[in-house]
Design a binder for this molecule. Structure first.
Ligand SMILES: [Zn+2]
Length: 163
């Protein structure tokens, strides 16, 4: 286990989530201790890491994520509407047909034939593939998708990966 000085522990990053596990802000162990001691937040064990902060009178276990007892204005997480930028972000700006850098988005089932603007029907595509595919399905064009398009995951998964 890595050894931290008190100063280093207090400066460790902590993600503050609201009661619905939506990210509110990034803070430090120093501030998270205050939230926990004041009864405003609870430490949650997402992985094995904890930052024990001890004083003469009390020990507070701070975790990389703390959950506020307060719900805040945003109650439920929704993936939101897909936009060009969001689709490009989800697919890592990578063409889902050939793997080069993508700058456009493509309707898997063509829009001209009733394909919707949905998370599962839109993928990042390079201009070349987008033009080549035209008004055809991946099967018709013989251009298989590299991944099945999905709605974005709850932000907690992304946050857990960053730590
Ligand atoms: Zn391509």
């Amino acid at each position: 286990m890595r050894h931290f000085t008190v100063q280093q522990i207090l400066d460790q990053k902590v993600e503050v989530l609201n009661r619905h596990w939506l990210p509110v802000k990034t803070t430090t162990v120093r501030e998270a201790v205050c939230l926990i001691v004041a009864g405003k937040a609870d430490a949650v064990a997402v992985d094995e890491r904890t930052f024990p902060v001890r004083s003469v009178r009390l020990t507070v276990e701070v975790t990389p994520f703390v959950v506020l007892r307060d719900a805040g204005p945003q109650k439920h997480w929704k993936p939101g509407q897909p936009s060009r930028r969001r689709i490009l972000d989800r697919d890592g700006h990578t063409c889902q047909y050939c793997g080069v850098r993508a700058t456009t988005i493509d309707h898997v089932f063509p829009a001209s034939r009733g394909g919707g603007n949905t998370w599962t029907n839109l993928v990042a595509a390079c201009e070349r593939c987008n033009t080549l595919k035209g008004d055809r399905t991946p099967e018709e064009a013989d251009m298989p998708l590299r991944c099945t398009p999905k709605p974005p995951a709850h932000p907690i998964y992304k946050l857990a990966q960053q730590h």
